[in-house]
Design a protein around this ligand. Structure first.
Ligand code: ZN
Length: 531
């Protein structure tokens, strides 16, 4: 197998997995094909019409019901599909029914013989309600099984073998599982399971914690799959953390239940007055038409629409990665549901990890959008603030300069030195660049030395004007700490307020009241208010 990463944003990537039946461009979604329900539900050809170029099916079901046919034809001819096919192993059935009547070795051998492109060993999934002890057992048993079939894995180089990571909600176990799995280098792909209850109740932050924990231990150059990622709303969050492929049967499970997927959740068909989508199904029918038709026909149409919604989200994610705006897609999705908002907030914990993987340079640089304090955790902003901080605290910046001039950065006039207030300050204060250190202060972006005003994204952003107090507090603290750190190197600190910028007065007032508590510092501070 080869997995080539073409583009990156946050920890997400656009990549290409080469298989024996063509390439899979990631992020990719594998619709689940149930070979027992092909007649009642969507055929493979209908699924490919939506644009999916890869599918996943269940080797356990195939072995149980179509064993001989599958062995003689191979999985591709059996399903009449020549693109990449992934086979799951029956672990899902273990979750549902407890034990199943086949061993790991038997199913892996069967998978090898029917020749899928990607295959999962028969792991022991950690169930939703597992105790710590049970979860630990599923981790150990899955690793044991991974080692047990290594000879088969090694002797079937045309199949990409997948090793699932276990541990469920117990993150130390997930971490252990992933670090052990990463040592089994014959497995070319890893997988993480989505706990069903977590997904059903939209407790996505539990899932993002699991993904983050596993990804932190897994090698970055191997693709990672997420099982059961049924709802499109979770996809950008999972991709942002480094998940490459997904599968789910939810498109048809929801359809059977008359549930209609949207970007922000599912809606019961009977509750819709019209279909808010432009796919071929929604362009043709009204909810009433669907409700009046025979169930079998309705399920097919709803399932098709649901697949279109998933496909659309995958495409949006790809575009967002290529434009370096995956973070903004997360922010948009987060605002469509409070529980997704919570998931985005858990990204604060992943800031370091994201920063380590987020690309430093991108050919196609777009301005970034700043809405609130969450942007402080965005890798591109964190990195920019660090660069500014490093320059401000280096000896060369203050050097022999006597005055520190702190000017509000006008978000509507970029670069900041183009603003009227900057020109005013320069002339009224008789600024000379040899003796004066000049910097701009602005929420979220922080303190920007004048010399770095052209560094991305100091001049390439759009932001709101009225920030909430917690965003301003960050700027106040930054100003207070920076001025305190520099106070011995300079003789005068000039703080400028621009009354046209609403946060300017607020921030400087609080900074002054804090700094003037220090008598020595107080003498050095001068406040200038510009109208
Ligand atoms: Zn539609």
């Amino acid at each position: 197998m080869s997995f080539e990463i073409k583009d990156k944003d946050l920890a997400g990537r656009i990549g290409v997995i080469k298989t024996s039946h063509g390439v899979i461009e990631t992020p990719a979604f594998f619709p689940v094909i149930n070979p027992l329900r092909q007649d009642q539900e969507l055929s493979v050809s209908k699924i490919t019409e939506v644009g999916f170029k890869q599918i996943i099916t269940n080797a356990y079901i195939i072995k149980k019901y179509f064993s001989e046919k599958a062995l003689s034809l191979g999985i591709h001819k059996l399903l009449e599909f020549e693109g990449p096919i992934m086979t799951d192993s029956g672990a899902y059935q273990i979750l549902q029914y407890g034990e199943i009547d086949v061993t790991n070795r038997e199913i892996v051998e069967f998978e090898k013989d029917i020749e899928p492109d990607i295959a999962v060993i028969l792991d022991i999934p950690t169930s939703d309600d597992a105790t710590y002890k049970q979860a630990k057992k599923s981790v150990e048993e899955t690793l044991r099984r991974a080692r047990e079939v290594l000879d088969i894995v090694k002797s079937s180089p045309n199949i990409i073998w997948v090793l699932p990571i276990q541990g469920g909600i117990y993150l130390d176990l997930v971490s252990y599982s992933a670090s052990q799995a990463s040592q089994l280098i014959d497995y070319e792909m890893y997988a993480i399971g989505s706990p069903v209850k977590v997904m059903e109740h939209y407790k996505f932050w539990i899932l993002t914690d699991m993904i983050f924990t596993a990804k932190s231990k897994l090698p970055v150059d191997k693709p990672v799959h997420l099982f059961g990622a049924g709802h499109p709303m979770i996809l950008p969050f999972a991709v942002a953390l480094g998940v490459d492929t997904f599968d789910s049967a939810s498109y048809v499970i929801y359809a059977r239940d008359d549930r209609y997927m949207t970007d922000s959740g599912t809606i019961r068909l009977k509750d819709l007055i019209t279909l808010p989508c432009e796919c071929p199904i929604c362009s043709k029918y009204e909810p009433r038409d669907l409700l009046e038709m025979p169930k079998i026909q309705r399920v097919k149409l709803l399932a098709t629409h649901n697949l279109y919604v998933i496909m659309r989200e995958i495409k949006r994610i790809k575009i967002a990665i290529s434009e370096g705006r995956l973070w903004e897609l997360l922010e948009i999705r987060a605002k469509s549901h409070p529980l997704l908002y919570r998931a985005l907030h858990s990204f604060k914990k992943y800031a370091k990890y994201l920063e380590s993987l987020d690309p430093r340079t991108k050919g196609n640089i777009h301005g970034i959008f700043i809405f609130d304090r969450m942007s402080l955790y965005r890798p591109k902003i964190k990195r920019f603030r660090n660069t500014c901080r490093d320059l401000i605290h280096s000896h060369i910046w203050i050097g022999r300069r006597k005055r520190l001039i702190v000017i509000p950065g006008d978000p509507d006039n970029k670069p900041f030195s183009n603003s009227a207030i900057f020109a005013k300050v320069i002339s009224e204060l008789n600024v000379d660049y040899k003796n004066d250190a000049i910097c701009f202060y602005i929420p979220i972006l922080g303190i920007i030395p004048w010399e770095l005003e052209d560094l991305y994204p100091a001049s390439q952003f759009e932001m709101i004007l009225e920030f909430e107090d917690n965003a301003l507090k960050d700027l106040e603290d930054l100003l207070i700490n920076t001025i305190k750190a520099l106070q011995n190197s300079i003789s005068e600190i000039i703080l400028i307020i621009d009354n046209n910028i609403p946060w300017s007065l607020k921030v400087i007032k609080r900074v002054i009241s804090s700094l003037t508590m220090d008598k020595n510092l107080s003498k050095k501070i001068k406040l200038i208010e510009l109208k």
